[in-house]
Design a protein around this ligand. Structure first.
Ligand code: SF4
Length: 195
């Protein structure tokens, strides 16, 4: 089997038709950011603006995420950001389990290439797909899960914060917890932190 590279990963995503979601998309949205970031964010799937631009988290929710990262000293271009599915589900519906499963191969390749130490799961779809169907985002957000030496934390998807600003206080607590985890791992203060 050919060694996985970023070039091969992007070619595979662009050519992918492993689930029905590729039909009708304007652009695939593989993900982007620092290819060797210690910190990775995973959301649900591309929305309208992301589908138009081919980039993850560039719409209103993405702009909020950028501001939240900046508030704890994380430059957006120094993290890696992607989604469970790389094609926009029609009408922004939640991806079906078989669509998420089909796209898992691409996500696995991203894990292997980036090799993050900390992964933040944005919203219920990301949290359930990665940590298990028993996860409840309102109950389990802000908790840390260690799997094979990698730390995972579910938190609200920024689009949920736009819909319900009362969740922002908890989301802020989660960002503080993320900063504390990065500090503990020695990953805050070098590429992350106040400049
Ligand atoms: S969502 Fe993922 S698995 Fe489905 S067609 Fe797009 S890239 Fe392939």
């Amino acid at each position: 089997m050919a060694e996985m590279t970023w070039e091969l990963f992007h070619r595979q995503v662009q050519a992918c038709g492993m689930c029905q979601l590729h039909k009708g998309v304007r652009n695939k949205v593989p993900g982007q950011g620092d290819l060797h970031a210690p910190l990775m964010f995973i959301g649900e799937g591309p929305g309208q603006v992301e589908d138009e631009e081919g980039l993850a988290f560039v719409g209103p929710a993405g702009q909020l995420l950028t501001r939240m990262l900046a508030a704890i000293g994380l430059p957006r271009d120094r993290v890696y950001i992607c989604n469970i599915v790389k094609c926009r589900p029609p009408g922004n519906r939640v991806p079906e389990p078989e669509e998420a499963e089909a796209c898992r191969l691409h996500l696995r390749n991203q894990f292997a290439l980036v090799r993050p130490k900390v992964i933040v799961l944005l919203g219920s779809t990301a949290a359930k797909n990665i940590l298990g169907p028993e996860i409840r985002i309102t109950r389990d957000r802000g908790r840390w899960y260690e799997r094979k030496g990698v730390w995972f934390m579910p938190t609200y998807h920024p689009s949920a914060l736009l819909r319900d600003p009362s969740k922002k206080r908890e989301a802020w607590e989660d960002m503080q917890s993320l900063r504390a985890r990065l500090m503990e791992l020695g990953e805050y203060g070098d590429i992350y932190g106040p400049r």
